[in-house]
Design a protein around this ligand. Structure first.
Ligand SMILES: Cc1cc2nc3c(=O)[nH]c(=O)nc-3n(C[C@H](O)[C@H](O)[C@H](O)COP(=O)(O)O)c2cc1C
Length: 171
């Protein structure tokens, strides 16, 4: 992959804005498009939190907007979401089930309050490689107690230190 034929997009889901901060930091550093995936189920407040906990276990597929994304013009996908109960949330799981990964390079990222298992990345990397894509890197950001600015700063530091991501960036 060269800088000339690389077209990237950052696809993310957020409930309270932290993952959006990470996605924005990526798209501010590199000239990639930004696409939020919206969960059409209301996840706000305590009831939204409770519905999230229940749905990751019993109803991991939800209604999302946009319903389908045309990724034909992209060959690099950054895909990220918060961790819910050591899983990706329904909105991004639903996106995974509809997306075409064939021929795409993918970077997975996640943010979490206190801890997450790297097996989440391994599981989704296999899902993507089974569909003809390739996960070239992953990264995670711990968000508890951090401001939006601190989360963005940390993301920039992670990206700059990552040799794979640094080598494919467009200057
Ligand atoms: C339903 C739900 C479940 C969560 N489960 C976990 C978890 O298992 N481990 C963890 O460290 N954080 C967990 N969190 C915290 C979020 O991953 C964390 O606050 C994240 O940075 C929020 O991102 P957002 O602002 O983009 O929604 C959970 C949050 C929610 C709403």
């Amino acid at each position: 992959m060269t800088e000339n034929n690389l077209k990237g997009i950052v696809i993310f889901y957020t409930r309270t804005g932290k993952t959006r901060a990470i996605a924005e930091a990526i798209s501010e550093l590199y000239p990639y498009d930004l696409q939020e995936i919206i969960d059409l189920r209301d996840r706000s407040g305590l009831l939204g939190y409770i519905s999230g906990v229940i749905d990751i276990l019993f109803r991991p597929i939800t209604e999302i907007s946009p319903k389908e994304l045309n990724l034909d013009s992209y060959n690099l996908l950054y895909i990220g979401a918060p961790i819910w109960g050591n899983r990706f949330p329904p909105a991004i799981t639903t996106f995974f089930s509809t997306a075409r990964f064939s021929g795409k390079k993918v970077v997975l990222f996640a943010d979490f309050g206190s801890s997450m298992k790297d097996s989440i990345f391994a599981k989704h990397s296999k899902f993507i490689s089974d569909r003809g894509g390739e996960v070239i890197s992953t990264f995670k950001v711990k968000t508890r107690g951090k401001s939006i600015d601190a989360i963005k700063d940390e993301t920039r530091q992670i990206l700059r230190k990552n040799p794979v991501l640094d080598s494919i960036r467009i200057l």
